[in-house]
Design a protein around this ligand. Structure first.
Ligand SMILES: O=C(O)CCC(=O)C(=O)O
Ligand SMILES: [Fe+2]
Length: 229
């Protein structure tokens, strides 16, 4: 009984948060604040300190589970021996599954550590390699992510708080690029300048088994064109 009430309460909170966060003009983008508890964040950040196998990519460092990523081709790489995700992810994935049971089992995890001043260039996650859901957890510090509609060139800044979950689907996944600009501070909507701090993200995806994308944006899809941004 208590358990059911607890789940209901939590679920209602999530629904409220999802509604509140849907004020952005990007269809298919969902941002859920405080998805990760402070205790969970602390544990994950502790685990990060013991990682020895970081791979440098531009100015940030990354680590892959499930499948590697080929940064030259901007595509999914080979299957990795570490197919199992680290166990600290389990509570987050269970919560995700409860709230979004239609999202299939995620197959690839990328951990990225962004030192202050670094970012990720504008891109769309490869259509052909990855499935329709891109999941991103933010840890340690917030950052502004810049989205651009590839048909209209409209730019929308989304503030990603620490401990939040972002889900990209539909337009947000298939017809908007996203980027984190390399700079030491972000200008917020209220005019305030916020200094950057080191940020860690955990992104998860499914892999298209045949590496063929069947999205409804053929004019923007890498099955038809090579992106040059
Ligand atoms: O750091 C993030 O939150 C997102 C990174 C990203 O866009 C990607 O790995 O494709
Ligand atoms: Fe991305």
């Amino acid at each position: 009984m208590m358990f059911i009430e607890y789940v209901n309460l939590t679920y209602q909170n999530f629904i409220k948060q999802i509604k509140n966060s849907n004020k952005s003009d990007i269809p298919g983008l969902m941002l859920i604040e405080e998805f990760i508890t402070s205790e969970q964040e602390k544990e994950i950040l502790q685990q990060m300190n013991s990682i020895k196998s970081w791979i440098p990519v531009q100015d940030r460092i990354v680590l892959h589970y499930g499948h590697s990523f080929n940064y030259n081709l901007n595509q999914v790489g080979t299957k990795l021996p570490e197919l199992e995700f680290p166990s600290y992810l389990n509570p987050l994935l269970e919560k995700l599954n409860k709230l979004f049971p239609s999202i299939p089992k995620l197959e690839q995890l990328t951990i990225q550590l962004y030192p202050i001043g670094t970012g990720i260039p504008p891109h769309m996650d490869n259509h052909s390699s990855f499935g329709p859901n891109v999941i991103a957890f933010s840890l340690e510090n917030p950052v502004i992510m810049e989205f651009k509609n590839l048909k209209t060139n409209k730019v929308v800044n989304i503030d990603l708080p620490r401990r939040s979950l972002m889900i990209l689907q539909d337009d947000a996944r298939y017809s908007w690029s996203h980027a984190i600009r390399a700079r030491k501070s972000d200008l917020l909507e209220n005019g305030q300048v916020r200094e950057r701090g080191q940020r860690i993200s955990l992104t998860l995806r499914t892999i298209n088994p045949d590496r063929i994308c069947r999205c409804s944006w053929p004019e923007l899809c890498d099955r038809n064109i090579n992106h040059t941004y």
